[in-house]
Design a protein. Structure first.
Length: 303
């Protein structure tokens, strides 16, 4: 069973672990989770988003306490990078219409920060040192005790919020029957780089892609789980101008938007849970908002 915890839920777990939340129901949920992880019944993968959000924490002590818990419970498991997931989706979706695309092995769950970011770092560290280095990425404390730098870049967050704020303008600029065209265009534009990479590799020209026609191009997007979520989320913002963009929307859409389509259970804040479940949108994962559901879900899962 793959369970994805939003960053704020990891913070809740850390508070329970460190005794800052002693409520019986919360302590019980963590105990059940620990047993399930120890019995290898559950995987709690981290994503690149988790690493980035943890790196933003300026308080060294808080970062260390949180990172230690994340490292311990995740056991080093990470979910594939957003880009690699999208690349795989592009291949699978295009293979519906182009016979020359061969299915290639794809590893959703791996280990370490390299897998989470889809990068390969050259090094010759012995395994025991590598474990310490991996841990330092989360705790902010290197093996020699030095404190790691903070990740403070908010440029992309701000740009994404501005993008979401601009969506309601489409209502004035386009007739209603063209709204979905715009949303699908946004979803395609967002993955133009990985899509182009796949097309170039398999010698699919833009002209060949265009000849598929509007309906098949839409079905292409719908066949990509992360893109289907993206279209749905954009549609909700377009339909409901009162849904004000949140500072963490970029991370939520990139991290949770993938997790709800690839994991079995996702626990996140109410804002995203409400958004993704509107209009009875179907996701692979069950989406919940309370850590306490772990007791019920895991007990049922383990029989």
């Amino acid at each position: 069973m793959i369970i994805y915890l939003d960053q704020n839920k990891w913070i809740e777990i850390a508070k329970i672990h460190h005794g800052k939340n002693k409520e019986k129901i919360a302590v019980q949920a963590l105990e059940v989770l620990r047993k399930a992880v120890a019995a290898t019944k559950v995987i709690l993968p981290l994503s690149g988003i988790h690493y980035m959000e943890t790196a933003r924490i300026s308080n060294a002590g808080r970062k260390y306490r949180l990172g230690s818990v994340m490292g311990s419970l995740s056991k080093g498991y990470t979910i594939a990078s957003y880009r690699n997931i999208v690349l795989n989706e592009c291949k699978l979706a295009l293979s519906r219409y182009f016979d020359n695309i061969q299915e290639t092995p794809f590893k959703l769950i791996g280990r370490g920060i390299e897998h989470a970011f889809g990068e390969s770092f050259e090094h010759t560290y012995p395994p025991e040192i590598e474990v310490l280095i991996e841990r330092s990425f989360l705790t902010g404390e290197s093996p020699d005790g030095e404190k790691g730098p903070e990740f403070r870049n908010v440029k992309y967050r701000e740009e994404f919020c501005e993008h979401l704020r601009s969506l309601p303008k489409l209502k004035k600029e386009l007739p209603r029957d063209k709204w979905d065209d715009a949303l699908y265009a946004i979803a395609m534009a967002d993955i133009i780089e990985p899509l182009s990479e796949v097309m170039i590799h398999y010698r699919i020209s833009p002209d060949k892609l265009g000849k598929l026609g509007v309906e098949k191009l839409r079905s292409l997007v719908d066949a990509m789980p992360s893109r289907a979520v993206d279209v749905h989320l954009h549609r909700q913002i377009l339909k409901n101008p009162s849904l004000s963009p949140q500072p963490g929307d970029l991370e939520d859409w990139a991290g949770l938007g993938v997790a709800v389509q690839y994991c079995d259970l996702v626990i996140c804040e109410g804002h995203f849970a409400d958004l993704v479940q509107r209009d009875k949108f179907g996701t692979k994962a069950e989406v919940c908002t309370r850590i306490e559901v772990l007791t019920e879900k895991l007990n049922a899962y383990q029989g």
